[in-house]
Design a protein around this ligand. Structure first.
Ligand code: DGT
Ligand code: CA
Ligand code: CA
Ligand code: ZN
Length: 571
């Protein structure tokens, strides 16, 4: 029983309870427990088995959850969940995961229309019976249909961060094999796409059989699907597909170029080669029968008169234009980042104190952080009201007296209210060093309404940045309807910044929107939104997306010193 296994089970329980309209605090207890366990750097099963300390020592794990974990570790299953599953079948639960359908609406579909699966839901929408239900209507019906498509597509892809964990494990495993001269990952993983369809590996070897045999012993391998002379494919844990190709050393660069893609990028590379009477394929660049490049990727590009492109840019967007004018951007790097302007502490839903977060940030080489806990509207996490936030800021002042080498900024993540306006008054906001505004409620409102709320918030003189601007949750929730171009025009006009939230399931703004923001001349803030010290490590996911958006160090606000940021804020 691994931590993710236990976390998934708690999430399932929360899903079912939510579907049954159980007490929201009970639902939340399971969700919190799931998050704690999923993020925990030690095995919960081991803690139970070795009895080193009580599970209730873990944040978010009370007596009830601790007992359930013990039962899971001991029996491998949970009586309580088995009972719940009898009440609500699995296929019905899938309904509430359709974007646009919450637990309440899903329960209605189940009760009123006897819809018990995604297929039946689709049929009901197409027969237009869904629109007849109270509180549904034509628009809801249409959005359910598009949500069904989204869920079907999203199901097949995994988060980049999840792919990264697997890739690292496989590379370590494979590099221990003496027959492997070299092995790297290519495909969308190498390009840093926010989600990855499957994993593509390239290995250089003189002994293909030994390499494939070794991969077959990888502990995370679920099944080998095919095995040929130079190609092997199969499935890893969680049903993730992989391809492995073996190549000769003199083709390695060409194969990396070819299998990194994207397909659209490669189409252009090939046509440019053709114009030079050259041929490019996964074996090399050829003039007639003569291979003029192949072992080295840079040389492959050079043979076609192209610069080496960072993989993040290989999407056939603007990279060839930049190459033509020798203006390939010098992409931002993790080491350029000096501060992190979005995180939480135990004052709300974080799991560490402000001081612990500050020390962890300092250990990562950061010079400043903004502590941006939630405001009072977010009642579930004990959001800060005017009194508590002023108290927190006193604590920050006192902390800064003691801390050396890092500055903590007085911040807040202020909620943009459903009806418009902010959750805290200017009388309080004016004392903050840094303010993120964000939407947590009313995410299903129509486009004009959400856009208006955000645009108004950005005109508040104290707000600095808009956090997770589209609210998307990769593979789970579509972005809310928002007119980003309108938001960007206002942000530019009022000197505001936009966040690239680095959490691997958000990455919001996405790469394309980052590029658009850059066109508007808006600086992006890459922030972790960390809820515990190791959450600060998410910065690298954000940097990867920023690079895909073509951002340089100059385009990223928190690559500047706090003194420079303050100047830009006009303080
Ligand atoms: P994914 O897996 O959906 O996230 O995206 P990719 O880009 O990893 O796509 P995948 O795994 O199908 O193929 C990996 C790379 O190999 C792709 O980016 C370009 C190259 N490639 C694969 N099949 C073809 C093909 O039929 N034609 C061309 N030109 N390139 C291909
Ligand atoms: Ca792939
Ligand atoms: Ca593939
Ligand atoms: Zn946050």
């Amino acid at each position: 029983m691994t931590n993710p296994d236990i976390a998934d089970i708690f999430d399932s329980i929360a899903d079912i309870l939510e579907f049954q309209s159980a007490n929201p605090f009970r639902v939340r207890a399971y969700r919190n427990g799931a998050r704690t366990i999923r993020d925990l750097p030690e095995s919960v099963a081991e803690i139970v088995r070795e009895g080193t300390r009580p599970l209730t020592d873990l944040d978010g794990i009370g007596k009830d959850l601790a007992e359930k974990i013990a039962e899971l570790v001991k029996d491998g299953k949970l009586e309580f969940l088995e009972e719940l599953k009898k009440q609500v079948p699995e296929s019905v639960l899938a309904l509430m995961r359709v974007p646009g359908l919450g637990p309440k609406k899903a329960a209605m579909l189940f009760k009123e229309l006897k819809v018990t699966s995604l297929e039946e839901l689709k049929a009901a929408c197409e027969a237009h019976t869904v629109r007849e239900l109270k509180g549904f209507g034509v628009k809801t019906e249409e959005s359910i249909l598009s949500g069904l498509q989204f869920a079907a597509d999203a199901d097949k892809r995994i988060l980049w961060a999840e792919a990264d964990d697997l890739v690292r494990e496989i590379l370590v495993h494979m590099r221990a094999c003496p027959a492997v001269e070299r092995i790297e990952a290519a495909g969308s993983y190498r390009r840093g796409r926010d989600t990855v369809g499957d994993l593509d590996f390239l290995a250089v070897t003189e002994n293909v059989t030994a390499v494939m045999d070794h991969l077959a012993t990888f502990p995370g391998l679920a099944a080998v699907e095919s095995r040929g002379a130079t190609k092997m494919a199969g499935r890893l844990r969680n049903n993730i597909h992989f391809d492995l190709r073996t190549v000769q050393a003199n083709s390695f660069g060409a194969a990396m170029q070819y299998f990194t893609g994207s397909k659209a990028h490669n189409v252009i590379v090939r046509s440019m080669a053709k114009d030079l009477d050259l041929k490019v394929n996964e074996y090399g660049v050829f003039r007639g029968d003569e291979q003029i490049a192949g072992d080295d990727e840079q040389a492959v590009y050079a043979a076609i008169g192209l610069p080496w492109f960072p993989p993040e840019l290989r999407e056939a967007r603007r990279e060839f234009d930049w190459a033509a004018t020798k203006e390939l951007p010098q992409l931002v790097e993790l080491g350029d980042i000096r501060g992190d302007l979005h995180m939480h502490s135990t004052w709300t839903d974080g799991q560490a104190t402000i001081e612990q977060m500050a020390l962890a940030a300092k250990a990562r080489g950061l010079k400043y952080i903004a502590m941006t806990d939630h405001s009072k509207r977010v009642t579930m996490v004990n959001g800060l009201d005017e009194t508590r936030i002023l108290k927190q800021w006193e604590e920050v002042d006192a902390l800064n007296e003691r801390l050396k080498g890092i500055t903590v900024l007085k911040g807040v993540e202020v909620d943009i209210l459903e009806g418009g306006g902010l959750d805290l008054s200017d009388e309080v906001l004016k004392y903050a060093d840094w303010i993120n505004a964000s939407i947590h409620y009313g995410q299903n409102q129509p486009r004009e309404q959400i856009t208006r709320r955000v645009v108004d918030a950005l005109q508040n003189r104290y707000v600095c940045s808009l956090s997770h601007p589209t609210g998307r949750m990769l593979t789970r929730r579509k972005p809310y309807e928002i007119d980003l171009s309108a938001v960007m025009r206002v942000a530019k006009e009022h000197g505001k910044f936009l966040e690239l939230n680095a959490h691997p399931s958000r990455l919001d703004l996405d790469d394309i929107a980052c590029a658009e923001a850059k066109n508007h001349g808006i600086l992006i803030v890459v922030s972790t939104d960390a809820h515990r010290p190791d959450g600060l490590a998410c910065m690298r996911y954000g940097i990867l997306q920023a690079r895909r958006g073509g951002l340089t160090k100059d385009d990223v606000l928190n690559a500047r010193t706090w003194a420079e940021v303050r100047k830009l804020l006009g303080r």
